[in-house]
Design a protein around this ligand. Structure first.
Ligand SMILES: [Cu+2]
Length: 221
């Protein structure tokens, strides 16, 4: 039922999709149940001749069960979602694997700026590669990013990587991803950041190791 998702090309994408599925089915079933009960009551207790409307303050235990039972069920579902997402959160957010490639990403009204470590593997050296709206990474490599915002809050969104992270002025937020399929994928801003928000778009290029090395050396020299 979630086949309309963009193709997953991230090592941790299945975990994210699993969490979304859990939430989707719980909320979907709950929605149908609540709407069903609502419409049943609407019809069952509709206006009838000779039956006056009564004020029901909900002061009896029997009436209060309509509050307590759903509250307990919702708490249970919440804990279930927590339980499903905890290992995914741990993997993506609490661990920062040793990077094979480092890139600094800056959101700026209305572009994505990338500064990528050159062949020496380090940022802030002479061989850094600076690009605008174009990010090139090798396939099957752990890419670590530091995310900054130059002006207002932006959000780095690469749907195929199942990556969405706010960029907040004054903060450097680290994260990582590993792409599993060659190709070109969209990058967007997911936080309304001004009049050009809708055109704040870029492209992620995932290259095989040979093409990547060629790109790296052609771009640096
Ligand atoms: Cu933005």
């Amino acid at each position: 039922m979630l086949g309309w998702f963009p193709e997953n090309i991230s090592t941790y994408g299945h975990g994210i999709d699993h969490v979304i599925q859990v939430i989707y089915y719980i909320v979907g079933a709950w929605f149908l149940l609540v709407e069903g009960v609502l419409f049943y009551f609407l019809i069952r207790y509709r206006k009838k001749k000779g039956v006056p409307a009564v004020y029901e303050p909900g002061s009896t235990w029997k009436a209060l069960l309509w509050v307590f039972i759903p509250a307990v069920l919702i708490l249970g579902f919440d804990l279930g979602i927590d339980w499903a997402q905890a290992p995914v959160w741990d993997e993506i957010k609490l661990s920062l694997p040793l990077p094979e490639q480092v890139v600094r990403v800056t959101g700026r009204q209305f572009v994505w700026e990338f500064v990528q470590a050159g062949p020496d593997g380090k940022l802030d050296t002479a061989d850094d590669i600076a690009t605008v709206n174009q990010l090139t990474v090798p396939i099957h490599a752990k890419v670590q990013f530091e995310l900054l915002a130059a002006d207002v809050i932006h959000s780095l969104w690469i749907p195929n990587l199942r990556l969405k992270q706010d960029a907040v002025p004054g903060r450097t937020i680290k994260g990582w991803f590993e792409a599993t399929k060659e190709g070109t994928y969209p990058i967007a801003c997911a936080e309304l950041c001004g009049s050009g928000h809708g055109v704040m778009k870029g492209e992620l290029h995932v290259l095989n190791p040979v093409d990547y090395q060629r790109w790296l050396h052609e771009t640096v020299h």
